[in-house]
Design a protein around this ligand. Structure first.
Ligand SMILES: [Zn+2]
Length: 247
């Protein structure tokens, strides 16, 4: 079966004003998703980023202590390019994030603090598709974000959060998973594409460590490829595809 044999990707719901994007590492949102985020913020919606780590284990040639500060700064700059001012870090340890109550509680706290109608996260499945294994950090954070959208509405799951003034928020109606091997919905990527390019380029240190190629050539080629992957199911348009869960 080819992509074109699958049903068309549906437009994302638009009855929302605030989104919370929860991912494991600096750069997770810039590898495609930020084209959608740029178009949302240009429409006047608010998007906040929450990162489980500071990406300190992401660059082989850079010790974690230096990488942590540098990648935090690059992530803040990348967020600013797509109209996101608020970037929180949960300070779990890069590479060994554990799925469990501690991670769910930290994400639940973020959901209660920011009160989004839409939660965005990255692929929680074990693979990106046939033959491409996903990393445990992405799986852990994706699963915990899906869970936390519900946990946030239950006063009794993490009662200590209400004691800290974080009252339950049961308004997260959707969780949209980017990079899923089984997407159902999509956002046109054309309007946000240039912002996505500039946003990924802000991860200069990471991109330069990753490729010997000119960074801009690499970034444009990567994002053209990723936003073209599902275009056959979206009227031929470049797209950021999501697997959408409705609560
Ligand atoms: Zn990552």
């Amino acid at each position: 079966m080819t992509d074109a044999d699958l049903p068309p990707l549906l437009p994302m719901p638009d009855g929302w004003q605030r989104a919370l994007a929860v991912v494991a590492h600096p750069d997770d949102l810039e590898y495609g998703c930020s084209a959608a985020i740029a178009s949302w913020t240009r429409d006047g919606r608010e998007v906040v980023y929450v990162l489980a780590t500071r990406g300190e284990a992401g660059i082989d040639t850079l010790a974690p202590e230096r990488a942590r500060r540098l990648r935090e700064a690059e992530q803040r700059a990348a967020a600013a390019v797509v109209g996101v001012r608020d970037v929180d870090f949960l300070d779990h340890r890069d590479g060994v994030i554990e799925y469990g109550p501690a991670l769910r509680r930290d994400i639940t706290a973020a959901v209660r603090r920011h009160r989004p109608e839409l939660v965005v996260t990255l692929n929680h499945h074990r693979t990106w598709g046939p033959g491409t294994w996903n990393t445990p950090d992405h799986v852990a954070v994706g699963q915990a974000a899906l869970d936390a959208a519900g946990d946030a509405g239950n006063r009794w799951i993490f009662p200590e959060l209400a004691d800290q003034g974080l009252e339950p928020w049961d308004g997260a109606r959707w969780v949209a998973v980017a990079g899923s091997p089984s997407p159902t919905h999509a956002v046109p990527a054309d309007r946000g594409f240039e912002y996505a390019v500039q946003s990924l380029l802000r991860h200069r240190t990471y991109v330069e460590a990753l490729t010997g190629e000119d960074p801009e050539t690499y970034v444009r080629r990567f994002l053209t490829g990723s936003t073209g992957t599902h275009s056959a199911r979206f009227g031929g348009r470049p797209a950021v595809a999501f697997e959408l869960f409705t609560r």
